[in-house]
Design a protein around this ligand. Structure first.
Ligand SMILES: *Cc1c(COP(=O)(O)O)cnc(C)c1O
Length: 501
């Protein structure tokens, strides 16, 4: 019997019926003696007993409680949840790609090395950098790699006093975190009214202690830092380096390059810009690119191509290398997906990505602008994403950005990023991406407008949302402070009467 998944969907253990089976095994061979030490033998094995169709239907039902990029629009600003073409999965899952082993001899994995080398050439061309490491497993891992390279560079030159990294207040939280992890003191500078780096504040912040500046451009407000060349001049003049947080290149692909803006070190999130399924913790890839004068500090190994012998090899001979930042060569399957995507999109396709991503963000901005309760702080023209503020709504009706996000779920939509960047109160950070239709955008705006009307006429409906989802509003403080993560924990707490769900 079909029924829609509910929050109290039975666990597979609860569906179990003794004696019911969902497998068939060959008859055991009688005369084989298996000598398992007594202490290793299980006394009992508690497995649910169900038929195969029951198992399939159970998990299909659970999957219907989920929402992903294959379900619909997922405008999670900064994080870029765009549609990932299925061909990427096909190539990454090909046995010749999936079943190779990192310990294999170089001669037997020439194709894998070629994939990595070719991906590096693409990234160099797209970003204007001179060399890349593909090793970092995520954006944050890339940032850490990048700031460690900046650190190694200054130490190498005897400039040991350079212990400060400057970060604007619109930065992604990983920027100050990475700088601090690499041993730097973090100096935060404010943004100006337009939502860009305040040049005067930057001038005042730089000194002989400046190791570098970390910047996202377009920044997390979706605004392009127009003064980037001036910013680069100020930092370089003070002897610092420029770090580009290129987690999200969707606003500039094929248009401008961080290398040409004056950046010395960058990271790129392949999982955001070059279409790898992510969320829920990974896996991702955050390759780091550097200008020529920093290439000796890259993690080992780097992939080289010996043109004369048409041979790819791994180069560990970088005496100044900061070392390894992840085991082996990075998340290889993610690299394969990215190269597949790049080759299929080609130069013109990549340009179209940024053009449509920017068009979509601005279309949505213009349609939503002026709606009661949502303010649009800072400059109006955006790149790939826009940040609205629900602060007027909160002041006038008590409905917060969180409530708006929850109410969107009732309409079968995913919420945008909320409460980030920190400089916008009650932030709703919307990144539609290039993979949505005009109808998707119209519907999203229509629902946001409807929620605004509700907030002013019947705020309780919004405050108590979601109403139509399998799981209603969760207590996220309790979930974080006292997570119940196994069925056994749940059973024990329930028996003791300590939880009532
Ligand atoms: C996502 C993101 C990061 C961090 O990337 P992870 O892969 O999640 O570690 C850093 N900066 C910006 C601007 C981002 O959007």
């Amino acid at each position: 019997m079909y029924r829609q998944a509910k929050w109290d969907e039975p666990l597979i253990f609860e569906l179990s019926k003794p004696g019911r089976i969902g497998f068939s095994l060959p008859e055991p061979i009688e005369d084989v003696e298996v000598d398992i030490p007594e202490k290793l033998k299980r006394k009992k094995l508690e497995l649910p007993e169900l038929s195969e169709p029951e198992v399939v239907r159970h998990y299909t039902r659970l999957s219907e409680m989920n929402y992903g990029v294959d379900s619909g629009m997922y405008p999670l600003g900064s994080c870029t949840m765009k549609y990932n073409p299925k061909i990427n999965e096909e190539i990454a899952g090909h046995p010749k790609v999936a079943f190779i082993h990192p310990y294999q001899d170089e001669r037997t994995v020439q194709g894998a090395l070629q994939i990595m080398w070719e991906l590096e050439q693409w990234l160099k061309e797209i970003t204007g950098m001179d060399r890349f490491t593909l090793q970092p497993a995520a954006g944050a891992n890339g940032e850490f790699t990048g700031v460690m390279i900046i650190r190694a560079y200054h130490l190498d030159r005897g400039e040991t006093q350079r212990n400060e990294i400057i970060v604007p207040d619109s930065a992604h939280g990983t920027n100050p975190a990475s700088a601090a992890m690499a041993g730097f003191k973090v100096i935060e500078i404010p943004s100006n009214e337009q939502g860009m780096v305040d040049l005067e504040a930057l001038e005042n912040a730089v000194s002989e202690r400046t190791a570098g500046l970390m910047l996202t451009n377009p920044n997390t407000l979706g605004i392009f830092e127009e003064d980037i060349l001036e910013i680069a001049k100020i930092v370089h003049k003070a002897g610092g380096l420029l770090y580009y947080d290129g987690a999200n290149l969707n606003g500039i692909l094929g248009k401008v390059r961080p290398g040409d803006m004056g950046f010395d070190v960058i990271h790129v999130n392949l999982h955001k810009t070059f279409s790898t399924p992510h969320g829920g913790g990974g896996p991702g890839a955050g390759p780091v690119g550097v200008k020529d004068f920093l290439k000796d500090y890259l993690p080992v190994p780097v992939v080289e191509y010996d043109e004369e012998n048409n041979r790819y090899y791994l180069n560990y001979d970088l005496p100044k290398s900061i070392g390894k930042v992840k085991e082996f060569y990075g998340n290889f399957a993610v690299l394969v997906r990215a190269l597949t995507y790049l080759k299929i999109m080609g130069k013109n396709g990549l340009k179209a990505v940024s053009e449509i991503a920017v068009l979509n963000a601005n279309y949505l901005t213009q349609k939503l602008k002026g709606t009661r309760g949502y303010a649009l702080p800072h400059k109006e023209l955006r790149k790939h994403e826009v940040v609205f503020s629900a602060e007027p709504m909160k002041k006038e009706t008590g409905v917060k950005a969180l409530d708006v996000a929850k109410r969107l779920l009732d309409h079968g939509l995913h919420a945008p990023t909320i409460y980030f960047p920190l400089i916008v109160h009650e932030a709703l950070m919307i990144e539609p991406t290039e993979t949505v239709t005009k109808e998707d955008l119209d519907y999203y705006v229509e629902v946001l407008k409807k929620i605004s009307e509700e907030a002013y006429s019947n705020p309780e409906v919004v405050k108590s949302a979601p109403h139509n989802t399998a799981v209603r509003r969760v207590d996220d403080v309790l979930a974080a402070k006292r997570p119940v993560i196994t069925w056994r924990m749940y059973k024990q707490l329930k028996e003791k009467g300590e939880i009532d769900i």
